[in-house]
Design a protein around this ligand. Sequence first.
Ligand code: NAD
Length: 347
Amino acid sequence: MNPSGGRSESMIAVGINGYGTIGKRVADAVERQPDMGVVGVSKRTPDHEASAAVERGFELYATAADRRESFVDRELPVAGTTADLVSECEIVVDATPAGVGEENASLYTDADTPAVFQGGESATVAPASFCSRANYDASHTCESTRVVSCNTTGLARLIVPLDEAFGVESVDCTLVRRGGDPTQTDRGPINDIVPDPVSVPSHHAPDLQTVVPDVDVMTKGVTVPATLMHLHSVTLTLGSEPDHQQVQSCLDAEDRVALVDGAHGQKSCADLREYAHDRGRLRGDVWENCVWSESIAADGDSLSLLQAVHQQADVVPENVDAIRALAGTADAETSRATTNEALGVGL
Ligand code: NAD
């Protein structure tokens, strides 16, 4: 960590508005980069996450002047308001709850501060949607962009290289979705398996088309009582007929796709999270798509496989790349390589 005070003039000054599940991870990831640093993080509530932000060396900002008092009551130092933070940074990452980002958009526009929004916002919040491997250049020096959701990021990272290597004619994916993040105790189901939504395609198909516009895609969502990861059962129709080894080699060459192996004990999402913890990763985060090697079934032009996606983590390197895309300081490949090296992406 290179806490905010260590940022030099040449680094991109980043503000994080919303320091929850995604915001705190993005803040840590930004601090690890050689070319950017965190000016501060903005919080609405003076809770334990606010205390942790201060302990980690981040300047704390309150969402509004009338909320400052509640931070002072908790003996948490406040450097200013969100408006101050937005005016002091070069790029703001909005990681507030879904829908709040849209309410904040005019704050960023008025301050002329480019903004990275998250996948909970509608696609119209920004002129571009973002997945580094799919369409980095579409956000180059834009006024704002939206990193697509965790599920969409996982699908785009898989489909783009397969399309480049073999042609992808159509995709059919059932997304087994975690009911909530570990701290979302108000979400469910507790004892059910829920078509979510019942209608098809689920919202993931149009979301995917914001970053991979030409793909013919069907998605179905099923929500289960789990918090660890999402699991995707994907079937693709390809434009050619690669064998198992060719598919495996194609995915193996992807820095944000990890081939995992049931035979080596990586038999479940819990195993994958435990593996990340064992590797010493902060919060046990899995930034990569995890594709089970044994699940890769290539049969003529049909390919199917299973992959797991850690919903709290896969969008984090994407946010870092999105900052560089908006700043216009690196091309896609350089940004991805820099992000990966600084974070240690690659299981
Ligand atoms: P979260 O609830 O964990 O964190 C949001 C943070 O924003 C909290 O610290 C909250 O106190 C703060 N906040 C609430 N209202 C605010 C306001 N008006 N102004 C500033 N801060 C405010 O949410 P999250 O899971 O981190 O989600 C943030 C965004 O990321 C959403 O768009 C979500 O859809 C998206 N996303 C979430 C996940 C996930 O699995 N959690 C994955 C990918 C994308």
